[in-house]
Ligand binder design. Structure first.
Ligand code: SAM
Length: 283
């Protein structure tokens, strides 16, 4: 992890949002724990069978809970095997995402990857329902998230669709946050970010983990910034297939110990990641 202070720190609005939004409201009754058991399967945590264990799992700060395997092909009826395709992100990682995003009240915010709607609720608590748009590729998940949010009288715009395209009708955004990782920053996100606006997203890296990056937009489809944290997220659906890292703008010999000093520069049609000592090209 980086040397950045972790947790709420002096971020009072975030602490207040966490206290105001009940996390358990967004967690389905049956979820998978993200570590394999002795037989290599993900154990099911069922609220009706073990309510205390379920609640403990919900509030375990470092663990996401898996709400979908293999795009919904695996029913939540028992321990199982499969690729993680939706979750409620861990509290710890959401704190990092939102602390670095730093939305202000009234900021226009676009979220990609609604999942359960929990992060959306925190964003709505901060920015206001009129200011938040969230896009989820799985229509059933989007509908469930919309219902859960409405039950708390939170009414952001919840859309079913491919978040890689953003939502141009709501642009320009002051803040864009993705809770699914990308190999390549989708051009639409930077086209829809206002000049000086902030994008926080997990970016795949050649180091065996994602990097949480914070980029500042130039309003012309470009942006630049740094990696802030090592994280692990599920990939956006359209970018699951591996791509050689050189084609994604990574240096051929990127040093895994120096990820914090990489500059990330995105221009329309191209992204580049390079050691910060190299003079920066214009975005
Ligand atoms: C880690 S989960 C989000 C968790 C959410 N932050 C929460 O706490 O509930 C990632 C979500 O991104 C969604 N997703 C994947 N590709 C997407 C895309 N292209 N557009 C929108 N959502 C996408 C997945 O279906 C999944 O629900």
């Amino acid at each position: 992890m980086s040397n950045n202070p972790r947790g709420f720190g002096t971020c009072h609005w975030l602490r207040e949002a966490f206290l105001a939004v009940p996390r358990e409201h967004f967690v389905p009754e049956r979820v998978w724990w993200p570590a394999r058991d002795a037989e290599g399967l993900y154990p099911l945590c069922d609220r009706r069978e073990r309510p205390n264990a379920w609640l403990k799992a919900v509030y375990a700060p470092g663990a996401p809970l898996i709400t979908q395997l293999d795009d919904g092909a695996v029913p939540p009826t028992g321990r199982a095997e499969g690729a993680f395709t939706s979750s409620i992100s861990s509290a710890g990682v959401i704190i990092e995402l939102l602390r670095h995003l730093a939305p202000e009240p009234g900021d226009r915010v676009l979220e990609i990857g609604t999942g359960t709607g929990y992060t959306t609720a925190l964003l709505t608590h901060r920015a206001g329902a009129d200011a938040v748009v969230t896009v989820e590729i799985d229509a059933a998940l989007a509908e469930r998230a919309r219902d859960r949010l409405a039950a708390l009288d939170l009414h952001p715009l919840v859309l079913a669709g491919d978040g890689e395209r953003g939502y141009p009708a709501g642009a320009p955004y002051d803040r864009i946050v993705a809770t699914a990782s990308v190999r390549r920053i989708p051009p639409a996100w930077l086209e829809q970010l206002r000049p000086g606006g902030v994008l926080v997203a997990p970016l795949d890296s050649p180091f065996g983990h994602d990097l949480l990056v914070r980029l500042v937009g130039d309003g012309r489809g470009g942006a630049r910034g740094r990696a802030l944290e090592r994280v692990e997220f599920m990939r956006v659906r359209g970018q699951r297939a591996p791509v050689p890292y050189e084609e994604l703008g990574w240096p051929t010999e990127a040093d895994p110990d120096h990820w914090q000093t990489l500059d990330i520069v995105v221009a329309p049609g191209r992204q580049r990641i390079f050691p910060a000592t190299t003079p920066q090209p214009a975005a």
